[in-house]
Design a protein around this ligand. Structure first.
Ligand code: COA
Length: 253
């Protein structure tokens, strides 16, 4: 059985974690397949991905705790390393990833959503880095990505308590940028795909890579990313379409 159900919606793919019975928890097989799909879209054939979970109970309930119980400490360390690598590859992809948090996202489930560029959350969903309640700490980037997104104070409030955060609070903290449905998430991804592909990926990487540089270095980085768009056909098409009062047709060149 495939770990993901892949559905095409024009330039957007929807990747649905196919593990409703285990609340879409992160197993070794699932992470392996996720890595393969990230590689598959590296040729830019897919512009944006909406990542979600099967059913309405969970986006992803974190590590597969049943599988984890059968693993020796060294195997756990190896698995965490493969999760870190896969999550980083997702984050560095030219593709835009939108997490649609359709239900509970705890531990590794929240960490997976934090690697995505945007998070849309269902009104009844909750997320949280709950690991300290299980005697561990977030091990797939949570202690590093959460403070970068919401600041150290809020991150410590969430990580040290391990509490579950409802959708409305996630929105107010900036953990999610919208509350909505799968259609809202797909429509957000499609809107992004209407823009010039090279410009979108350059902007994404400028934001990600510049976030923790000093301002002078960050502005230099922005200049380098801007330069990637200067020689493109799409930049000329944007100007031409504006002059001709029509929608641009971008080709990613
Ligand atoms: N790993 C493996 N199986 C899991 C799981 C996980 N992380 N989370 C849930 N499941 C399994 C349950 O064991 C149960 O299996 P069973 O039917 O064989 O007993 C099934 O999924 C349904 O779980 P249940 O708790 O009844 O579902 P729910 O819809 O009421 O609640 C959650 C869903 C996600 C809120 C709840 O299961 C939960 O809190 N899970 C633990 C999440 C967690 O602590 N993650 C952090 C890991 S670091």
């Amino acid at each position: 059985m495939s770990e993901f159900i892949i559905t095409a919606h024009g330039p957007v793919e929807q990747w649905t974690i196919n593990g409703e019975a285990r609340r879409n928890a992160l197993s070794r097989a699932m992470v392996g397949e996720l890595e393969a799909h990230i590689k598959r879209v590296s040729d830019r054939s897919v512009r944006a991905v909406v990542l979600t979970g099967a059913g309405d109970k969970a986006f992803c309930a974190g590590a597969d705790l049943k599988e984890r119980a059968t693993m020796r400490p060294l195997e756990v360390a190896d698995f965490l390393e493969s999760m870190r690598k896969t999550f980083r590859a997702l984050e560095k992809s030219d593709c835009v990833f939108v997490a649609f948090i359709n239900g509970a996202a705890f531990g590794g489930g929240t960490e997976l959503s934090l690697c995505c560029d945007l998070r849309v959350i269902a009104p009844s969903a909750e997320l949280g880095l709950t690991e300290v309640k299980l005697g561990i700490i977030p091990g797939a980037g949570g202690t590093q990505r959460l403070p970068r997104l919401v600041g150290q104070g809020v991150a410590k409030d969430l990580i040290l308590t391990g509490r579950r955060v409802p959708a409305a609070e996630a929105l107010s903290l900036g953990l999610a940028s919208r509350i909505g449905t799968i259609d809202d998430a797909l429509s957000l991804a499609k809107t992004i795909c209407e823009n010039a592909p090279i410009a979108v990926s350059a902007a994404k990487h400028a934001i990600d890579e510049g976030a923790h540089l000093d301002l002078d270095s960050a502005l230099k980085l922005e200049q380098e990313k801007y330069a990637l768009t200067l020689g493109t056909e799409d930049r000329l098409e944007g100007l031409k379409a504006f002059a001709e009062k029509r929608a641009p047709i971008y080709r990613g060149r």
